[in-house]
Design a binder for this molecule. Structure first.
Ligand code: URA
Length: 210
């Protein structure tokens, strides 16, 4: 079955576990860390790959960087119900190394299907790997916190690239940007819900939003 035909996340997760032998990094279905959150969330956050604590608890973003992410999420007024959190690669790479291109490609159909089911108003990419899925050839340091309107699988998507929370843990300046970028999410989602159908996405709109 074409994964894009799935209409709910539970069957998609079941399919991923059933076909684990076709995927890199996976030795057993329990190695997989699925996305988490509301199936009709307006905001979808996409990280890189699970780390140690994520793979033990089988939940995305529960280690050190995840705790920072969830704290800032709570402080920004967004409830966890409004968001869905996932990763570009759904199994922990050995020694937490960067995911390989072939691993990203192998998990791509699942991430694409998650996006298709959730239909988020806004996708927030965390770090360069998930950003690269939608915005190739740009640098996080140059585009973080700037709303992008893109065409994806014949649909319009709004993408807000942000630093990865692990980078925010390493440098105060990046943490400040991370918090500031996060604080824009609610306003952007409101705009996407109300005005995006009628208003042109111009530099003026971009400046008004950000
Ligand atoms: N870093 C990520 O990119 N994803 C997680 O789930 C945890 C840490």
């Amino acid at each position: 079955m074409n994964l894009m035909n799935f209409t709910d996340l539970n069957s998609l997760k079941a399919d991923l576990e059933k076909n684990f032998q076709n995927l890199p990094l996976v030795e057993k279905p329990e190695d997989i860390v699925h996305g988490e959150g509301n199936e009709s969330a307006s905001v979808m956050l996409i990280g890189e790959a699970p780390g140690y604590y994520e793979s033990v608890q089988r939940r995305p973003f529960v280690g050190r960087s995840g705790q920072l992410l969830r704290k800032i999420l709570a402080e920004s007024g967004l409830s966890e119900k409004e968001v869905y959190i996932s990763n570009i690669v759904k199994v922990r790479p050995p020694d937490n190394r960067d995911p390989l291109q072939e691993e990203i490609l192998a998990f791509k159909p699942y991430l694409d299907a998650e996006i298709q089911v959730i239909k988020p108003k806004l996708i927030v990419t965390l770090g360069r790997f998930s950003m690269g899925k939608f915005l190739p050839d740009v640098k996080v340091s140059e585009v973080h916190g700037r709303l992008h309107k893109i065409k994806w699988n014949n649909q319009t998507l709004f993408v807000l690239p942000m630093y990865h929370p692990a980078a925010a843990l390493r440098a105060t300046r990046i943490k400040e940007s991370f918090v500031k970028d996060f604080s824009k999410i609610e306003k952007i989602v409101n705009w996407v819900e109300k005005a995006s159908a009628t208003e042109e996405f111009t530099e003026t709109v971009r400046e008004a939003l950000l």
